[in-house]
Structure formats: C-alpha cells, structure tokens
Ligand binder design. Structure first.
Ligand code: IMP
Ligand code: MG
Length: 185
C-alpha cells in the first residue's frame, strides 16, 4: 500500500492532535446538551472512533450509510440512503454529522435536508478534512463545516478511513494517492 502513496499529508501524531482539538471544542460547545454523533459510513469510522473518545461530555452515537452513485474519485451528487439512523426520534436532539472529507458538499447537503425534516434541535457538521476548492459552486455559501480538522488542496487522499475503491482505509495516516494508481497520469 505504501508504494501507492505520493506524499504523507498527516501523520498519526498530527491526526491525534487535530482530533483532540476538535474534541475539546465540541465538549465545550455541547456541554449540557443532548448530543448525537452521526457517523457517515464507511469513511468516517476511524475518525469517529478517535473523536468520540476525545469528547469529554456524555454523547450518543449512530451511523448512516449513504452511497453517492459511482465509484472512483468523483461523487455524482445523487445520494442513496443505504442505512438510516437507528434512533427513532431525533426531535429536540442535537445532531453532529461526522464526515471524513467534505468535497463537493453534495452528500452533506442532502443529509442536512434529509435529517432536518425530522425536526432535530440542531444539525452541525464535523469533518476531518475539507477541500473547499472542490465545492459545488451552488453550495459554496450553504455547506460550511462547523468543525473542520484541516483544509487540504485538491488532491485525492486515502488512509485513516478514506478509501480508493474500498482500499487503503487501514493506513494509519492520511496520504495523497499517486495519480497513476487511478489512471490519471
Ligand atoms: P461530496 O458529496 O462530493 O462532498 O463527497 C464526499 C464523499 O466523497 C466523502 O465522504 C468521501 O467518501 C468521498 N471523497 C471525496 N474526496 C475524497 C478523497 O480525496 N479521498 C477519498 N474519498 C473522498
Ligand atoms: Mg464518506
């Protein structure tokens, strides 16, 4: 796997520091509130596992699985719900959507709309990585992460949960995939 990585963007130690900072902020902001962390499968599982342990207030966890039609390195924008929340009633609860990476913003835009229809008290977004250069122009002012670990340039990254065709999720760091791996060189 290592041979397919062009450059390491965030080491294990750097990721730990990023996640701890996010956990501290979330713990302060949601003190005394009913918080549900909603992990978007599968990319955010590694981040979720570390983030929930960096949060020092009581919180609940739940998972959603969505597919954005099409594999490879681009999302189509059409989102299909594969697995919905287990929690039946989210009215009055504070949802924090935990994502691995914010790219075009179309997945999160759809999720906000979909979950918003069930009247939660609030919906916010926590993403480990943000690629603002790739945002759908129509969503530039609409999808802004409330918590973002790091802004990265327009490159395809893998590791720490992030995949290319389901591979590389178990790399402990985040690295840029060599474009030759996905035939773009
Ligand atoms: P969006 O709907 O375009 O914002 O797509 C977000 C989803 O696309 C993320 O949750 C990832 O699953 C996937 N994605 C976007 N960029 C990358 C990347 O650089 N590496 C791996 N997955 C990515
Ligand atoms: Mg994802």
């Amino acid at each position: 796997m290592e041979n397919d990585i062009k450059e390491i963007l965030f080491s294990q130690a750097q990721l730990k520091e990023i996640v701890e900072k996010l956990g501290d902020r979330i713990s302060k902001d949601y003190e005394g509130k009913e918080l549900i962390l909603v992990s978007v499968l599968k990319g955010s599982v590694v981040f979720m596992g570390d983030l929930m342990r960096a949060i020092k207030i009581p919180c609940y966890i739940d998972f959603m699985s969505v597919s954005s039609y099409g594999s490879g390195t681009k999302s189509s924008g059409v989102v299909k719900i594969i697995k919905d929340l287990d929690t039946n009633v989210i009215e009055g609860k504070n949802l924090l959507i935990v994502e691995d990476i914010l790219d075009s913003g179309r997945t999160l835009n759809y999720l906000e709309y979909y979950l918003g229809a069930r009247n939660p008290e609030s919906i916010k977004i926590c993403t480990l990585l943000d690629k603002p250069d790739r945002r759908d122009p129509a969503l530039k002012d609409k999808i802004i992460p409330d918590y973002s670990g790091a802004v990265i340039p327009d490159a395809f990254v893998v590791g720490y949960g992030l995949d290319y065709n389901e591979k590389y999720r178990n790399l402990p760091y985040v690295g840029i995939l060599k474009p030759s791996v996905y035939g773009a060189e």
